[in-house]
Structure formats: structure tokens, C-alpha cells
Design a protein around this ligand. Sequence first.
Ligand code: SF4
Length: 57
Amino acid sequence: MGSILNKLKSSAPRLDFYKHKHGDCANFNNGTCKAAHFTNINPKETACPHFKHKQTA
Ligand code: SF4
């Protein structure tokens, strides 16, 4: 059972987007969103459902 829960968690990382900020998103680029074409985004405000984790590798 535990492994099923872990699989669900890892396959649905976007459910916790509200814990993140635009500034931590891979689509955020100097105040502009590459995914949603928003401009003048405050990097300290809560992320949207399209939030994507930055790849550090
Ligand atoms: S995808 Fe969403 S969270 Fe990421 S920068 Fe664009 S608006 Fe912000």
C-alpha cells in the first residue's frame, strides 16, 4: 500500500503548486512566464497550476 501512495505522489507533483512561488518555477524568466505568457510576475507570489520544478541537473 505504501508504494502505491508513493507512486501517486510522484506522478502528481503539480498538486502542491500552491506551496511554491513563480520565482522557483522553471517557466519563470526575469518576470515573465514562458508557459502562460504572463508578464510582470512577482517571483514571491504563489505559483499557478502549471508550476514546473526547476531542473538543477
Ligand atoms: S508556469 Fe505558473 S508558476 Fe510558473 S512562472 Fe508561469 S505563472 Fe508562474
